[in-house]
Design a protein around this ligand. Structure first.
Ligand code: CP
Length: 317
């Protein structure tokens, strides 16, 4: 069993309910991972993913090895039949098999380069490990998705639901740098599995992929979208469509989440995956309010990772 995208969640309610139960007794499966090792490979920076996934593995009794592959590993070649006489020292074929000998699970973080849409959405790093490794693979954020974050967000929303089919708004927010669509993609596909009414809102330049949005309503007027929202999830992403792929083509400060914006909602909870740029994405008054769930989300990263690792270890038994 791999955990590559939210498509790998066969029963969202069961996974979320199990994670909520794990939270009450995080060491209940401490024997499950005894003498098993997770190797975590980071091609990009991290705070939450690194520490929460490590904590989840330790809660399951696993050994943990972490490598900042992007800065410490050999540069990898992914192409078949390449004459490796330039800068890249090691082929993924050997690297993935070698790491597999040290690991029972390999977890990988490798972001989008935002240069070429087809290359990014092929998820070359993640899929190459899937192809050549001999142990299960966990996606700790790839070029097109962040399914551990999305599972976390489903857990957090479930814990705060006070009515049937709450309105959940995924809103684009401004950011000075171009960021991948990964978090927004996985949040959307995860919410489509939940008993919620999801609305996506963003400036027209930021339409997400059709295979992500499916039949989810898209509202280009943020104020309209926020009306009566129960949960507001803010995230920046760069353009997906057309020749602007990977660009930050609009830095409209009016899309920042402010108290005035949140006043249009049904006293909505504010969510963000973190790290967040204060007073760019969200005003201090919103993120510091009692309706902000961002710290709880970060805590739930542990239980999302733990349910994923638990299922992988149980499937391997
Ligand atoms: N939300 C999230 O993935 O945080 P990090 O990038 O710090 O891991």
């Amino acid at each position: 069993m791999n955990y590559l995208s939210t498509d790998d969640i066969d029963n969202a309610k069961q996974w979320v309910d199990t994670a909520v139960a794990l939270k009450k007794n995080p060491l209940q499966d401490i024997e499950l991972g005894k003498n098993k090792t997770i190797v975590m490979l980071f091609f990009n920076n991290s705070l939450r993913t690194r520490l929460s996934t490590q904590k989840a593995a330790m809660n399951l009794g696993m050994n943990v090895m972490v490598m900042n592959f992007g800065s410490e590993g050999w540069q990898l070649e992914y192409g078949d039949g390449v004459v490796m006489d330039a800068g890249k020292s090691e082929h993924i074929r050997e690297a993935a098999q070698v790491v597999s000998q040290y690991a029972d699970v390999i977890a990988i973080r490798a972001f989008a380069k935002l240069e070429n849409r087809d290359d990014d959405y092929k998820e070359e790093v993640l899929q190459s490990f899937v192809k050549y490794a001999t142990v299960p693979i966990v996606n700790m954020e790839s070029s097109a998705g962040h399914p551990l974050q999305a599972l976390t967000d489903a857990i957090t929303i479930t814990e705060h639901i006070t009515k049937k089919r709450p309105k959940v708004v995924l809103t684009w927010a401004p950011h000075p740098k171009a960021l991948p669509q990964a978090v927004a993609n996985s949040f959307a596909t995860m919410m489509q599995k939940m008993e919620v009414d999801l609305v996506i809102t963003h400036p027209k330049e930021y339409d997400l992929a059709d295979h992500i949005v499916k039949d989810t309503p898209v509202e280009y007027d943020q104020n309209k979208a926020l009306q009566d929202a129960d949960f507001v999830y803010a995230k920046n992403w760069s353009a997906y469509q057309g020749e602007n792929y990977g660009s930050a083509i609009n830095f409209d400060k009016n899309w920042m989440l402010t108290e005035e914006k949140m006043a249009q909602t049904n006293d909505a909870k504010f969510m963000h995956c973190l790290p967040v740029r204060r007073n760019v994405i969200v005003a201090d008054a919103v993120i510091d309010s009692s309706n902000s769930l961002v710290i709880e989300q970060a805590n739930n990263r542990t239980y999302a990772a733990q349910i994923v690792l638990k299922k992988i270890l149980e499937a391997k038994k």
